[in-house]
Design a binder for this molecule. Structure first.
Ligand code: FEO
Ligand code: CA
Ligand code: CA
Length: 674
């Protein structure tokens, strides 16, 4: 399908579903790989629990949960997650395992700053939205402000907006020529994107609450937040625009999907589907964008610019490629925000490459260098990691420079179960002027094209990549309905993969700084009772525990893996809502999964994030009430503002569904699932 087909497809009911379908359009032309041997799931136990030095050093310095090794893992004969599994299903509410509370902490529109007005859904303005919690919360991070961890800053990404359930009497706009999108509505959409930093506090009752008077509280948006550009592409001629002739400053960030927290407490926001926000009026006879006179045509074709999912370019010239061909080069990066300094400009770090960054999870190499894993979420795109030049110290200012100077690698998964990390360095191999790379800035702006030339492995949509301190990293490959039987390889073994899989990488020597490692498939997702699906789980997994479409992941303080799902409009194929699953990686129970939390209908499960004491879990429910509501028994139609499938979480007849952050705690206190 092309863009027009998707917009005209009567089975696609809303923007969230269209997003999913747009991801079906591969932009990678290099798919002629040798057919690999289709391997069964490889449950290798070698190379586990190495890298203890890095773990000890890091935990002593920073204590972040992503850097711990699994505790008691070698002896695990059954799943180590101690909770009673939730029953699967899909309805208008959220559900959590028995013995836990799942309370709403923050909703779209909640006032974030002391001077913010109360939310008035029928009288929205951009000015109000700039001080209120944004839409479609995705990544959630937390950094403590006191030693007890009872006060801290919640950092939340707002990925995108769903106009049909945000605004009264509007409906879907992208396939309707954006006829109803006034300049005011465009600016509200822009103000609802980006991120939020907000102070939260755990009261003596054990409940968390938002402190509207927190001095660090702020919104970050594509409408009004200036950002610095640093790294190899800073000041590059291809980064210069009419508004910014120096190529060093850009207004805003958008489509911030997942992210990460650095060991020194800064917040990383990943810019994912940035292409969808660019516009063009230059079309050929069949209505498709004509790039023949476009100076940036090569990268635009490879990145899918302009996607025209939003019509911001009709109001703001910089999003119109006919007027500003370089602006799209200024998106698709990792943004670093210092949540403890509200006056500091966020920084776009071009050393981490430009692609549809799903996330940016951090860990350390054995020698203390910073390592960041990031997937490029498009069908047939690649898995990357970044390794800093210097090492992490207790000097915060020096640490932030680690994101400016380092090496970006892309992964090649070989059929023998090894992985090679290939460096993207100007002048090395094919990355020369002959191939259009005049300097390292070009290599970073055109990361995808450089990775094509290096022979990276096209993957089944790399979503979150979650490292653990023992040199393991878990890769969420969410699905790829476009992979043909002659395009499978060992690391992407199923054609037309509807449910995705999870790969476990063990870096050589347990060192995240290694340039080689081994990989195995942890699970192949989908219903194990349906042979044609080809799912692979530990047989101990119940009918509640298997899932499809892994998206985000977290490692808890015990070193255990948790997975959240985003099935999009395909949830009808499983009947299950999206949710959070506890997936064992170790011992005899490896590959066992248990359901802990499930979303209301049409919502995607985001977050998850555990506090270091393992007593609090932050989750985010994105776009509740939208995806696949035609499959909800008794509703069976598309949601609108006036008629949504759920009014979660308020269940107020005057309020549409609201994306919200949920905080999970154990009743009576204590560690989660321990
Ligand atoms: Fe925004 Fe790839 O999920
Ligand atoms: Ca995601
Ligand atoms: Ca994660």
């Amino acid at each position: 399908m092309n863009r027009t087909d998707i917009l005209n497809d009567p089975t696609i009911g809303n923007k969230a579903e269209a997003y999913e379908a747009f991801d079906d359009i591969p932009t990678n032309p290099n798919l002629s790989r040798t057919i690999g041997e289709v391997v069964a799931a490889r449950y290798s136990r070698r190379d586990m629990f190495k890298g203890a030095l890095a773990v000890t050093t890091t935990t002593a310095l920073f204590g972040t949960s992503a850097m711990v090794a699994p505790k008691g893992a070698a002896a695990a004969t059954t799943s180590r997650y101690n909770f009673s599994e939730l029953a699967w299903g899909n309805d208008e509410k959220h559900h959590v395992a028995e013995g836990y509370d799942a309370d709403i902490l923050l909703r779209w529109g909640d006032p974030i700053t002391a001077d913010a007005p109360e939310f008035d859904v029928m009288n929205q303005t951009a000015q109000a939205q700039l001080t209120q919690f944004g839409y479609n919360n995705d990544y959630v991070g937390f950094t403590a402000l006191n030693d007890e961890g009872t006060r801290g800053l919640l950092c939340v990404n707002h990925e995108y907006t769903n106009e049909e359930v945000m605004f009264p009497k509007l409906g879907r706009q992208d396939r309707d020529g954006f006829k109803g999108m006034t300049p005011e509505l465009i600016d509200i959409e822009m103000a609802a994107h980006g991120g939020t930093v907000v102070e939260i506090e755990k009261e003596t009752t054990g409940q968390w609450r938002v402190d509207r008077n927190g001095k660090y509280n702020r919104r970050i948006t594509p409408l009004n937040t200036a950002m610095t550009i640093d790294g190899p592409a800073a000041g590059h001629p291809r980064m210069q625009t009419n508004e910014d002739p120096e190529g060093l400053t850009v207004i805003g960030t958008l489509n911030n999907c997942a992210g990460g927290m650095t060991p020194w407490g800064t917040y990383l926001m990943a810019e994912e589907n940035f292409h969808g926000y660019f516009w063009s009026d230059v079309t050929n006879a069949d209505g498709k964008v004509d790039l023949s006179a476009q100076p940036e045509a090569r990268q635009m074709k490879r990145y899918g610019v302009p996607g025209r999912w939003y019509n911001w370019g009709t109001r703001h010239d910089r999003f119109n490629i006919d007027k500003e061909p370089n602006e799209s080069n200024r998106f698709g990066w990792i943004v670093e925000v210092d949540p403890r300094d509200p006056d500091a400009m966020p920084v776009k770090h071009t050393a981490l490459g430009r692609f549809r960054h799903e996330g940016a999870e951090t860990t350390l190499a054995a020698d203390g260098r910073l390592v960041i894993y990031s997937g490029d979420d498009n069908r047939f795109d690649y898995q990357y990691k970044y390794v800093s030049g210097g090492v992490v110290t207790e000097d915060k200012a020096a640490n932030s420079k680690l994101l400016s100077d380092g090496t970006l690698y892309v992964a090649r998964f070989d059929d023998d179960g090894t992985i090679a990390w290939l460096p993207l360095i100007h002048g090395e191999g094919p990355l020369t002027a002959e191939n259009g790379f005049n300097d390292q800035g070009d290599v970073m702006i055109d990361t995808r094209i450089a990775a094509d030339l290096l022979g990276a492995t096209p993957m089944d949509r790399p979503e979150d990549a979650q490292p653990r301190g023992d040199g393991s990293v878990y890769l969420m490959l969410t699905n790829n309905s476009k992979r043909k039987p002659d395009q499978i390889d060992a690391a992407n073994p199923r054609p037309e993969s509807a449910f995705g899989h999870i790969i476990e990488v063990k870096e050589d020597g347990g060192d995240h700084g290694a340039t080689r490692g081994t990989w195995s498939i942890l699970v192949q997702c989908g219903d194990p009772a349906v042979a044609e699906v080809g799912a692979v789980w530990n047989p101990e997994t119940s009918e509640n525990g298997w899932f499809g479409a892994p998206d985000n992941a977290a490692i808890d303080a015990e070193g255990r893996l948790w997975i959240s799902t985003d099935q999009g409009r395909n949830w009808g194929k499983t009947g299950k809502s999206d949710g959070l699953y506890a997936l064992e990686t170790e011992g005899e129970a490896r590959g066992t999964s248990k359901l802990f939390f499930r979303c209301p209908v049409g919502g995607e499960m985001c977050g998850p994030y555990f506090t270091d004491d393992q007593e609090t879990l932050f989750l985010a429910v994105q776009h509740p009430g939208t995806d696949g509501t035609r499959d909800l028994a008794g509703f069976e139609r598309d949601s609108t503002f006036e008629d949504p499938a759920t009014r979660w979480p308020d269940f107020d007849p005057a309020m549409p569904p609201r994306p919200s952050v949920v905080v999970v705690t154990k009743q009576g206190g204590g560690k989660i699932a321990v």
